[in-house]
Design a protein around this ligand. Structure first.
Ligand code: PLP
Length: 431
């Protein structure tokens, strides 16, 4: 750091340079984020100082957070939204971590007050929630037993971090031909060391939703918590005009215990803004006491959130944009993104490609083998400025059609892709 500070003018001249190096989202079809709504930006600025980690100082912001949680629970078909528990996080990763943190705490025994680790002794059955006492006893009897988490093979990479963090084995369930988890495969992965099940509503690669109804039944049958990762789909699926059995999910399904959904993706809020929702306090009965810590220096008595300081500005931004857009605004936004997706789908067919029929506003298309796909993605980026990504569960280019895209840009993208396919040396081995 330099000895003396520099002027505001110089700073902003620097900032402009850095900002010019960043994307303005033009030609970006690889991101699940977009430009936040102006209302969210304005609200964000007003609450820039508010710290949700010290709630007694920011009573108003806490009230907003409560209302955001209730609105989200309503969207997720909660039978009694005011009973939902939850809070804002930095996004899908943190929300997923919290969900699994609770799963592991629920599974394990009581916390050792001295060491603050889970001792694993004295596990008792909670007859209300029916903690899997045999499983706990087995795992506790042998500390070398590795606990496991059952996820669909399409699970976001945040679950790999989670597995490392909590020393879990990730058991990946097989998929059907639409890249949705196969319930029988999910069930076959469960054993006495399983701490919970993950379902996805809007998987990262294809936007597909797992059969949450079937997963809910499996979770109930095995008395396991079921977390739904709706980081992307949480602000898409509830707003589809065509609501049918296959595209609905939420707390109306009795096995669903928690959901993550991100306002900073399709919710038009600022970065970082995620939401973790738990059905109600009863699903936390066997974990909350083990997760929460005393907070002697703060206005609260306890904290159970993963992070301490949390941005009230993200709460305000999310509250503002959810209130401002309302259900109708989000429905229009989703309809707009689906229209863009359909436009791209038809254009790709027009150049003789066979895109996968999209579930929501994520489109994948096969353009060759692994090397060729990577090569085409690079050419699109380096020669034409397009950002697209690649899928791993199937070798394909992947495009996310966010609100910042236009049909004119999509037309240009397809022309550029066509040119590459017709003219580039696709035998390249550099990738
Ligand atoms: N879950 C899903 C389904 C996602 O698509 C993503 C991000 O793309 C995440 C979790 C992680 O979200 P974040 O990057 O906000 O932590």
């Amino acid at each position: 750091m330099q000895e003396k500070g520099i002027s505001e003018e110089e700073i902003f001249s620097d900032l402009e340079k850095f900002s010019a190096m960043d994307t303005n989202f033009k030609k970006v079809m690889s991101s699940m984020c977009t430009i936040p709504h102006p209302i969210a930006v304005k609200a964000h600025q007003l609450f820039i100082h508010a710290n949700m980690g010290d709630p007694g100082l920011f009573v108003g912001t806490c009230e907003m957070e409560k209302q955001v949680v209730e609105m989200a629970a309503t969207l997720l078909k909660h039978p009694n939204p005011a009973e939902a528990a939850g809070h804002l996080t930095s996004g899908g990763t943190e929300s997923n971590i919290e969900a699994v943190y609770h799963m592991k705490a629920r599974f394990f025994g009581d916390k050792d007050e001295d060491t603050c680790t889970y001792a694993g002794a004295d596990v008792t059955t909670n007859t209300n929630t029916g903690t899997n006492v045999n499983a706990s006893a087995n795992a506790n009897a042998n500390p070398n037993v590795k606990l496991n988490l059952v996820v669909p093979a399409t699970a976001h990479f945040s679950f790999e971090k989670i597995a490392n963090m909590f020393n879990l084995q990730l058991r990946k369930a097989d998929l059907d031909s639409s890249y949705r988890a196969l319930p029988r495969s999910v069930e076959s992965k469960i054993d006495e060391n399983t701490i919970g099940i993950i379902g996805i509503a809007g998987n990262t690669e294809f936007g597909e939703m797992d059969p949450i109804g079937a997963l809910s039944e499996i979770a109930q049958k095995h008395n396991l918590p079921l977390h739904i990762d709706a980081a992307f789909g949480g602000f898409v699926y509830p707003f589809l005009k065509d609501q049918n059995e296959l595209n609905q999910f939420g707390f109306n399904l009795p096995g669903v215990t928690s959901v993550s959904m991100d306002p900073h993706k399709m919710g038009f809020s600022v970065i970082p803004a995620g939401i973790i929702l738990f059905k109600d306090n009863s699903v936390l009965d066997d974990s909350l006491d083990k997760v929460k810590v005393k907070t002697p220096y703060l206005t609260s008595k306890y904290q159970s959130t993963l992070t301490g300081t949390r941005p009230g500005s993200a709460v305000a931004a999310t509250y503002a944009v959810m209130k401002h857009l309302g259900r109708e605004g989000y429905e229009n936004n989703v309809a707009h993104c689906l229209d863009l997706t359909e436009h791209l789908f038809k254009k790709l067919i027009g150049i003789k490609l066979k895109p996968k029929y999209p579930a929501i506003n994520i489109l994948t298309v096969e353009v060759g083998g692994v090397q060729q796909t990577t090569h085409i993605r690079r050419l699109l980026r380096e020669d034409y400025g397009w950002y697209v990504s690649e899928t791993k569960n199937k070798v394909a280019l992947r495009m996310v059609l966010m609100p910042h895209m236009t049909k004119e840009e999509i037309d240009q993208f397809v022309l550029d892709l066509k040119y590459i396919l017709e003219n580039a040396d696709l035998e390249c081995t550099c990738c």
